[in-house]
Design a protein around this ligand. Structure first.
Ligand code: SF4
Ligand code: SF4
Length: 215
């Protein structure tokens, strides 16, 4: 596959008095955390493209535990999507803005090579759905939906990790052993999304932004 440069939104923090600057940032493709007070923040982003499963704005919303957004109808932020940032996610969005403080402009091109990385195949719960089970069956691997490869937990069917917490299907060369029939959660995992960047930080200690520039 090789390295791919993916353009991702840069996250910036703005006090509500600087909402016009926040609007400029989002218009350029960035994501803005607008602090209405010390304890109230909203995330403002370009309106997600619902037809694109890899849309990074949509994934930023999902990553904060939300699935719905509101379209702003008045003021300088009109037309953008927004969600209130849950209180328990304030530190997360602060950290993202800090990470990106070294980056200029509203977007940033990050070079990623999934085969060199494999971070999201480690210590990650992959849920299986009916389509995945059917794909396994058609591919002659119905066993992948059963122990020791999969199990039910809290009503969900999930892949069982190895003792090392790596996915059992991850080979030593970072290739997926069931690539052609891998679960949708894997094939749709969005490169350069916040969950991708987080997995890389946690599993590889690689930070895109401030720490990377310091390294
Ligand atoms: S964490 Fe991101 S770059 Fe790494 S393998 Fe997953 S999608 Fe690819
Ligand atoms: S099934 Fe393949 S792509 Fe999915 S987590 Fe496991 S190794 Fe990674």
């Amino acid at each position: 596959m090789g390295s791919q440069v993916v353009t991702r939104p840069v996250v910036r923090s703005f006090k509500v008095a600087y909402v016009a600057e926040a609007a400029r940032h989002v218009r350029g493709g960035g994501h803005a955390v607008v602090w209405e007070s010390d304890s109230r923040a909203r995330l403002v982003l370009p309106k997600p493209n619902d037809a694109d499963p890899g849309d990074l704005a949509q994934w930023s919303i999902l990553d904060l535990g939300k699935s719905r957004y509101r379209t702003i109808k008045e003021g300088p932020l009109t037309g953008f999507a927004t969600i209130m940032v849950p209180r328990d996610c304030h530190e997360i969005v602060r950290r993202r803005a800090e990470r990106d403080s070294i980056l200029e402009g509203p977007t940033h091109g990050v070079a990623l090579d999934c085969l060199e990385c494999g971070a999201c195949c480690r210590d990650n719960q992959v849920q299986l759905f009916d389509d995945d089970v059917a794909r396994f069956k058609e591919g002659g691997r119905a066993d992948l939906a059963k122990p020791p490869f999969a199990r039910r937990t809290d009503g969900k069917l999930v892949l069982v990790l190895a003792k090392s917490k790596d996915c059992q299907h991850l080979a030593s060369d970072n290739k997926c052993g069931i690539y052609a029939i891998r679960p949708d959660a894997c094939s749709q995992f969005p490169m350069a999304s916040e969950c991708c960047l987080y997995a890389r930080e946690e599993e590889l200690g690689v930070t895109d932004g401030l720490a990377a520039a310091d390294a």
